[in-house]
Design a protein around this ligand. Structure first.
Ligand code: MN3
Length: 252
């Protein structure tokens, strides 16, 4: 090194590193764009009308049944992506932007052909996951109560028989999908499976409990052992929340 000490060289490198790091921040990029006369900013990504609801508990609240890393990635990445893609699908269509995701799914057959698939996949993904997070809790009731307990007994004989049926349905979903406890307006309570992000709302049923059996919901902790995940998740279901949904849905 000629004419420059090692210490100065390190200092210069450190400064260059710091300014490079700063150059890449969103604030720095925005400043740069604003400073350049005639610069055209990139079109903003649609940010509404749908938003990612926060997890209703800490990411590790459901451990050991569902691990914190899975919860974080599942919520912050997977669910966020359904929300972003749903916003893209309805962007510039005020008649769709003003509807709730539940209303979009319930009325999916009346939507324009070119948005049906996006609403089915991403609207379904948004609605299903929103219900999913609020179906569990750290310390909630571990069995249904009151009216829902009676209705489950009337339909399946007992809560354990229902549980067996629900878990078997979750195991029987081929590939990616969901297992559901739904309220059907004609036939009452039912357990069904669905593929991909198909929502029971599309067939007029009210979802009460949904279990995500996509591999992204369990693979980090359980790998291919879906049965272990299904059994563990069943132990974290907040039956107060499910009972409350039933009471509201049964009133119609
Ligand atoms: Mn999922």
């Amino acid at each position: 090194m000629t004419g420059i000490s090692r210490r100065d060289a390190l200092k210069t490198l450190a400064l260059a590193g710091a300014s490079l790091a700063f150059a890449g921040t969103p604030e720095a990029l925005a400043q740069k764009a604003a400073a350049k006369p005639g610069a055209v900013a990139a079109p903003p990504q649609p940010t509404g009308p749908f938003t990612l609801p926060p997890l209703p508990y800490a990411a590790d609240a459901l451990e050991p049944h569902i691990d914190a890393q899975t919860m974080t990635i599942h919520h912050d990445k997977h669910h966020a992506s359904y929300v972003a893609n749903l916003n893209k699908a309805v962007a510039g269509r005020p008649e769709l932007e003003k509807q709730s995701v539940e209303a979009l799914l319930t009325g999916i057959s009346k939507l324009p052909d070119d948005v049906q698939k996006a609403v089915r996949n991403h609207g379904g993904g948004h609605a299903n996951h929103s219900l999913f997070w609020t179906s569990f809790s750290k310390g909630g009731a571990r069995a249904p109560s009151a009216e829902l307990a009676k209705a489950i007994d009337a339909k399946w004989g007992s809560f354990p028989s229902f549980q067996e049926r629900f878990n078997a349905t979750a195991l029987g979903v081929f590939g990616s999908g969901w297992a559901w406890l739904v309220l059907d307006p004609k036939s009452g309570l039912d357990v069904i499976g669905s593929s991909n992000q198909d929502s029971p709302l599309m067939s007029g049923q009210t979802p009460l409990l949904g279990l995500d059996v996509w591999e992204h919901a369990y693979y980090l902790k359980y790998q291919n052992r879906r049965a272990e995940y299904v059994a563990a998740a069943a132990e974290a279901v907040d039956w107060d929340a499910i009972t409350q949904r039933y009471v509201v849905a049964a009133k119609g």
